[in-house]
Design a protein around this ligand. Structure first.
Ligand code: PLP
Length: 430
């Protein structure tokens, strides 16, 4: 069943997105107006929605020593980073490039943590030079290289070992990271010896322990299991004489894409802190690394309908956004809601597969969607704030989309549309 706004009944819009006089609005800004000003495809983000999502974590961790490090790979646009850093966040980085972006928005380097399984020596040096807060080390081999690089510079690198707690986050296998058999973290049984080794290294200073069990997690159980596993390890490590100052529980909290019902960040943390206290670790500093849950539902991608292509088996709606802008459906068969920007009153909806212009059958954005549209209409792909623009590519020599940040009634262009000249700038004929 479809309402006059073109929304299936029962569909709820993410916070700060509303229909007003049959126009889709983000905060106080008409999205139709933005498409006229900036063209499509266009990403639009709500500052209020990001701060609203952050405030749930801040409430949940209030009164505790803590650091919320935004996992910037979810969306690394400078204005997004700036917004979250100004609100007090540190940053979780995974590359030297992300480090440079982090520094460009003026984050306190002591609030940067460096994750990832494949840090190069050059990236380690770069991070030690600016004095980042902590390296989350993922293997014994990496630990030894970091020790060597730090000694060579006459400094000590603050380290935390990422442990693989071997719990099932019950999410998509490509975004599940806390099970044996994936590439992340150090296996449970090797953790103690790794810490004993790290404590002996002249170039290292052990400060913490961390885990990250996956992404788009919608249940509290896996987090509690991971916490228990990590605390067991902390007990053993400290019994061996190595003090753990902070415990980092990673990111991974899911968002509502399609009636998903993840716990709210404050409720999740109230349950987790209760467990932490019960086990006698309530005095430790807590680090977290949320990405998707801070920005995912703060963004939409606006796209224009190019062609209607009804067919015998399928009706295709060809739009001007594609898998290079919105890679999640092609990569993970992910679901994004798609709603009209200016719904057509009283028009009969049809069932469409919403697809992009890229020459791949995998280039789809939504399947079997009830929409009443004509060519030239604009659609909003919802929940597009995380892992969309930061994963965008130039496949088919498509320029990456422009981005706008909305704040109340104001709209700021935060990234211009990429031109072909931008794309070919580094290329040379032989
Ligand atoms: C990707 C990642 C995160 C963020 O995950 P979300 O699901 O976006 O919250 C946090 N920590 C590490 C180590 C990651 O790789």
């Amino acid at each position: 069943m479809t309402t006059s706004t073109g929304l299936s009944s029962g569909t709820t819009l993410p916070p700060f997105i509303t229909y007003q006089q049959d126009q889709l609005m983000l905060e106080g800004v008409s999205l139709d107006r933005l498409t006229q000003e900036h063209g499509t495809p266009l990403f639009v983000y709500s500052r209020a929605a990001m701060l609203h999502a952050l405030s749930a974590y801040q409430r949940g961790l209030a009164g505790r020593q803590h650091l919320i490090c935004y996992a910037m790979k979810a969306n690394s646009s400078l204005a997004i980073l700036h917004t979250l850093v100004q609100a007090g966040c540190g940053l979780d980085i995974v590359s030297g490039g992300e480090l440079e972006r982090a520094m460009a928005v003026g984050v306190d380097p002591g609030k940067i943590i460096f994750s990832g399984v494949g840090k190069t020596r050059a990236e380690m040096r770069q991070a030690l030079e600016v004095g980042i807060g902590c390296f989350n080390v993922e293997s014994r081999a990496e630990l030894d290289v970091l020790d060597e690089v730090a000694r060579g510079m006459g400094v000590r690198a603050a380290v935390s070992v990422r442990v693989n707690p071997n719990v099932d986050a019950q999410t998509h296998p490509y975004i599940s990271t806390g099970l044996k058999g994936n590439k992340f973290g150090i296996a449970h049984e090797d953790v103690l010896s790794t810490y004993q080794h790290a404590a002996q290294c002249q170039g290292l200073r052990v400060v913490g322990i961390d885990c990250h069990i996956g992404s788009q997690i919608t249940q509290t159980g896996p987090y509690l299991d991971a916490m228990d596993r990590v605390l067991d390890l902390v007990q053993n490590i400290e019994a061996a004489g190595v003090r753990i100052e902070h415990i980092d529980f990673g990111g991974g909290l899911g968002i509502d894409y399609q009636g998903d019902n993840p716990p709210q960040a404050d409720a999740l943390w109230s349950a987790l802190l209760q467990r932490l206290d019960a086990r006698g670790f309530g005095d430790r500093k807590i680090f977290i690394e949320p990405g998707r849950s801070l920005v995912g539902n703060a963004g939409v991608c606006l796209t224009e309908v190019l062609y209607l292509k009804p067919g015998e088996q399928k009706n295709f709606l060809i739009v001007d956004a594609a898998m290079n802008d919105l890679p999640r459906p092609a990569m993970y068969q992910a679901f994004h809601r798609i709603v009209p920007v200016s719904p057509r009153a009283n028009a009969a909806p049809m069932t469409w597969d919403v697809v992009g212009p890229v020459c791949e059958s995998g280039d789809w954005i939504g399947r079997d969607r009830e929409l009443a549209v004509q060519s030239g209409d604009r659609l909003a792909v919802l929940s597009a704030g995380a892992y969309c623009m930061s994963m965008a590519s130039n496949y088919n020599t498509r320029g990456r989309a422009a981005e706008v940040l909305v704040d109340g009634n104001q709209a700021h262009l935060i990234r211009a549309r990429e031109s072909t000249a931008d794309q070919t700038r580094l290329e040379r004929l032989p």
